[in-house]
Design a protein around this ligand. Structure first.
Ligand code: NAD
Length: 254
């Protein structure tokens, strides 16, 4: 699908991978709606790219529906491109230091990462299916963000890996669900990228992580994620699969 002239939704577009994707899609001619619960960050990126910002918690299905409705109105068209980047990465072992299950962390992580992705995907695609197909037969494309943790989750990443494993697992059945509507569903599983999520780590930890990456031995640049998202939109034969974008890294246990 050509990006120029389309509308796009980017969840988590106020920061990191989402912000880079919003910038890339806008540079390629899309009108971008940014869904993020950090209103100031979303407004700043929207202002920069000439898009619109919608403050929303993606784990709240009704609020997502309302935000997408508002985005459609503000953008003047139903978005055919959806990139889900909103997410959180708290660390917790299955049983915490007090000997209790870390159910609160598990619950919150699944609600934001998995249900949030499902909410944006479902409320965007239910509008997309009513659009006229493009000359390629496509009505739209959804790109969800997993993580390499879907295959090699580290110690303390049970909740995060479970959420990202589910995002990876739903890619193929979702693509099958929407095949008759001409909507593609893809997932990107990033390795370790230089974003505010990673900047929270101590310097020595992030240096150790970078040294584990075979080539290039550095953290990924958010622009490289955005480039892949744009390439997925542009390539109509990519569907129903998860792409690892990781410099060949395989995460060690810790
Ligand atoms: P980030 O923290 O820089 O950005 C995440 C954005 O999501 C923020 O703007 C935040 O406000 C928003 N957000 C969080 N919870 C939300 C909610 N409930 N509702 C609406 N918005 C919400 O993180 P990032 O590094 O850009 O990560 C983006 C995605 O990529 C996440 O899903 C993350 O798990 C995934 N990922 C990141 C890396 C990495 O190395 N940075 C690696 C693998 C996967």
């Amino acid at each position: 699908m050509k990006i120029d002239g389309q509308a796009a939704l980017v969840s988590g577009g106020g920061s990191g991978l989402g912000a880079a994707t919003a910038r890339k899609l806008a540079a390629l001619g899309a009108k971008v709606g940014i869904l993020d619960f950090n209103d100031a960050a979303a407004q700043a990126v929207a202002g920069e790219v000439g898009g619109v910002a919608l403050k929303v918690d993606v784990s709240d299905a009704a609020a997502v529906d309302a935000a997408i409705e508002a985005a459609c109105e503000a953008l003047g068209q139903v978005p055919r491109i959806v990139v889900n980047c909103a997410g959180i990465a708290p660390a917790a072992k299955v049983v915490n230091r007090e000997g209790e299950p870390s159910l609160d962390v598990f619950d919150r992580t699944l609600k934001v990462n998995l249900y949030g992705t499902y909410n944006v995907m479902s409320h965007a695609t239910r509008r997309m299916v009513a659009l006229e197909p493009l000359e390629t037969g496509e009505r739209g494309v959804v790109i969800n963000t997993a993580s390499v943790a879907f295959e090699d989750g580290q110690m303390g990443q049970v909740a995060y890996a479970a959420s990202k494993g589910a995002i990876a697992a739903m890619c193929l059945p979702a693509a099958r669900d929407f095949a008759r509507s001409g909507i593609r569903v893809m997932a990107i599983a990033p390795g370790l990228f230089h974003t505010p999520m990673m900047e929270g780590l101590p310097e020595e930890v992030s240096a150790k992580i970078a040294a584990n990456v075979p080539f290039p031995a550095r953290l990924g640049d958010p622009g490289e994620f955005a480039q892949l998202a744009a390439d997925i939109v542009g390539n109509a034969y990519l569907n129903g699969t998860v792409i690892r974008l990781d410099g060949a890294v395989r995460l060690p246990p810790r």
